[in-house]
Design a protein around this ligand. Structure first.
Ligand code: BTN
Length: 243
């Protein structure tokens, strides 16, 4: 197992993803985590914002890799599995599931999201900012679909962010090790066992169109297999899915 990545813990920042990238550019050596108690401009997928109030976890792992960018993006599923482990340590595992591509749901509502950003480092390597937001104590109210937080499903107080961070980093390392040793097929299989809505009808919002069909499963490269009503199979590689 490699050295644990150091954790840079901040009070407040615009976005841990942005800060991680700034620190890399300023010469910080990867891998490292950046966490913040509050984000003032937290970023979500597809240009959305992400609300991080005190008591929730906002964390970014800045890592480098010589994997090709398409393959490197699979790290988002590694992160989702780590969040699933974290959540299962505090709420009944039967309530916890993963929604394609990498949201963690508790009782069917979103409790966590992952935003991976990347860029070139040199001719051979890229950097990845694996940003993870977990609603530990608060769920945002002003969202399109009702969200939830760990606290909503616990009798005891939710874990403080530093404890959640420790567990998340440990779980991430375990799943990343599996990805390295065995390959993405092992990650895809683990993800599928925890998946929400496979076999169910869903709406897939893609960058340029919205499709409806049945979510059949995930391909070995992370694409969602969506069976349309006319029987054709579409591989979805980017977008949001709603059941
Ligand atoms: C999503 O839209 O579901 C992804 C949300 C990702 C939020 C996290 S919080 C830590 C990191 N910093 C950010 O600005 N965004 C990610």
């Amino acid at each position: 197992m490699s050295e644990p990545a150091q954790v840079i813990a901040l009070e407040e920042i615009d976005s841990t993803n942005l800060e991680a990238r700034r620190r890399l550019e300023a010469g910080e050596s990867a891998p490292f985590w950046v966490t913040a108690r509050r984000q003032t401009a937290g970023r979500g997928r597809r240009g959305r914002s992400w609300d991080t109030r005190e008591g929730n976890l906002a964390a970014t792992l800045l890592m480098t890799t010589d994997r090709a960018p398409i393959e490197a993006a699979q790290v988002a599923f590694v992160a989702a599995l780590a969040v699933h482990d974290l959540a299962c340590g505090f709420v009944p595992p039967s309530l916890v599931s993963l929604k394609w591509p990498n949201d963690t749901l508790i009782a069917g509502r979103k409790a966590s999201g992952v935003l991976v950003e990347s860029g070139g480092l040199d001719e051979r390597r890229i950097w990845l900012a694996v940003g993870i937001g977990v609603n530990l104590a608060h769920a945002p109210k002003d969202v399109e679909r009702p969200a939830t937080c760990l606290a909503d499903h616990m009798r005891a107080p939710p874990p403080p962010p530093h404890e959640a961070m420790r567990r998340l980093a440990e779980a991430f390392e375990t799943w990343r090790g599996l990805w390295d040793r065995v390959g993405f097929s092992a990650i895809a299989e683990a993800w599928t066992r925890r998946a929400h809505g496979l076999g169910a009808r869903c709406q897939a919002r893609l960058p340029n169109q919205t499709l409806e069909g049945v979510a059949e499963g995930m391909d070995e490269d992370g694409a969602l297999r969506l069976r349309l009503d006319d029987g054709t199979l579409r591989r979805i590689t980017a977008g949001d899915v709603f059941f």
